[in-house]
Design a binder for this molecule. Structure first.
Ligand code: HEM
Length: 418
């Protein structure tokens, strides 16, 4: 049994008390995951009142298991499950989520994902590489002569939102507004959220949807070579995306499309610099060629993933790893902890760019596998080597603080000098 001010593990009962809002946890979750792996990789989290899974094989198989889904209301009523009625003050948010890929299950999910996939094909992603390089170089040009920068605001915040907005067909000038909407919107995914967070998310969902609707109208009149025009005109077996599906999909792509990538750029730069300090790792070796760059990017995704937990509903009663689950129960899959399973990765808390032990689970698995993974990987494989090449001698100017939002694991700021 392990005890600290924020963590207490009872391996016999497989019961854990863990304060997700305690800096001792969210500033450094990896040692906590290591303790869970050592004592009880499957556990009942008392504060969250549900079971959580951290074992790599279990998480990987649960993500693909048809007995679990992101949604439950397609097979059961609110009454059946005792789920409260939707709240009036979050109705615009709920509307925007109604057709979000992330919230659907087959057959609706299959139909929508097939249509979106047809528009979001790799040729659209690959042709972004020149633009990613140009934008990253332009941003570095601006701060390079100063010898210091706060990397999130001057670099990491800007690239993912600009790229996904350009792909969709939204002007660059909308970037700051999109960031604001998206930031308010993802406030709804926090463990602890206030009424004010909910109202901000709802207001932003309404404004976001109205704006997207006006761009859709423009593209219907005058199609361009952008993702939105492709989504409007994509057809599969005589079916098209409806107006509501187009709005929800555009919002989810814009939201999911940048927040995680912003944090992953920050987390990756931080771990590489810290490893340089502690184990003498040289960034030049990490980014020697495309192959080493790719392995470095994957090791960063494994050891400091930007989104830690995804939930699933149990769609039919079953037993998983000795835990009896009833229809309607929620479970938590901790992807970031699965990436640290010592049964899968040797010395999992150690950064080893040369690892060859299989895929990390940071982009999920199964039918909801991240649709934006090729774009996120392309961005990371371009911007990380570029930063270290253009700013030799890069180092941390201050000790980075992690944001107090457990759902996203990212930094408040990343102050650098060179
Ligand atoms: C490092 C960056 C990213 C990470 C770590 C990440 C992670 C994830 C994960 C774990 C899921 C699966 C969720 C689940 O199974 O419940 C997911 C789904 C999704 N992601 Fe990402 N993502 C990233 C970047 C992006 C980007 C750039 C886009 C858009 C261009 C995007 C769009 C989506 C969408 C639309 C889904 C839902 C897919 C579905 O449900 O069928 N993501 N992402």
């Amino acid at each position: 049994m392990q005890d600290s001010s924020f963590l207490s593990i009872d391996p016999v009962e497989r019961s854990v008390s863990l304060d997700a809002g305690h800096p001792g946890f969210y500033q450094a979750p990896n040692p906590v995951y290591a303790a869970l792996h050592a004592q009880t990789p499957t556990f009942y989290w008392r504060e969250q009142r549900q079971w959580f899974f951290t074992g790599y094989d279990l998480v990987n198989s649960l993500l693909r298991d048809k007995r679990f889904g992101r949604q439950i209301l397609h097979i059961a009523s609110r009454e059946d499950l005792g789920v409260p009625e939707p709240l009036a003050h979050t109705r615009h948010f709920d509307k925007a989520e109604e057709w979000s890929l992330l919230e659907l299950e087959p057959p609706e999910h299959t139909r929508l994902r097939t249509l979106v996939n047809r528009a979001f094909v790799s040729r659209h992603v690959e042709k972004m590489s020149g633009e990613i390089t140009d934008l990253a170089n332009r941003l570095i040009d601006e701060f390079e002569p100063r010898g210091e920068t706060e990397l999130l605001s001057s670099f990491a915040d800007i690239i993912p939102v600009t790229m996904i907005a350009r792909m969709i067909g939204i002007p660059d000038a909308m970037g700051p507004q999109l960031l604001k909407w998206s930031h308010d919107y993802v406030g709804m995914y926090m463990f602890k959220r206030s009424r004010a967070d909910e109202e901000a998310a709802d207001r932003s969902a309404r404004e976001f949807a109205e704006y997207i609707s006006s761009v859709i109208a423009e593209r219907r009149r005058e199609p361009r070579d952008d993702l939105l025009s492709h989504m409007i005109h994509t057809e599969h077996k005589g079916q098209f995306l409806t107006e509501e599906e187009l709005i929800s999909t555009t919002i989810v792509l814009l939201n999911a499309g940048h927040e995680a990538t912003v944090h992953q750029i920050g987390n990756s730069v931080r771990i590489i610099l810290e490893e340089g300090l502690t184990s003498g790792l040289d960034p030049a070796d990490l980014f020697r060629d495309a192959g080493t760059t790719e392995r470095t990017v994957e090791e960063c995704l494994r050891i400091c993933a930007p989104v830690h937990i995804f939930q699933r509903y149990c769609l039919e009663a079953c037993e998983i790893d000795g835990v009896t689950l009833a229809r309607g129960d929620k479970i938590g899959l901790i992807l970031a902890a699965a990436n640290l399973d010592p049964r899968k990765f040797e010395n999992p808390l150690t950064f080893k760019a040369e690892r060859n032990e299989g895929a990390n689970l940071s982009f999920g698995a199964g039918i909801h596998f991240c649709i934006g993974a090729p774009l996120a990987r392309l961005e990371l494989n371009i911007v990380l080597p570029l930063l270290f090449k253009r700013l030799p001698g890069l180092k941390l100017a201050a000790s980075p603080q992690v944001k107090d939002v457990y759902h996203f694991h990212g930094l408040e700021r990343l102050d650098l000098t060179w």
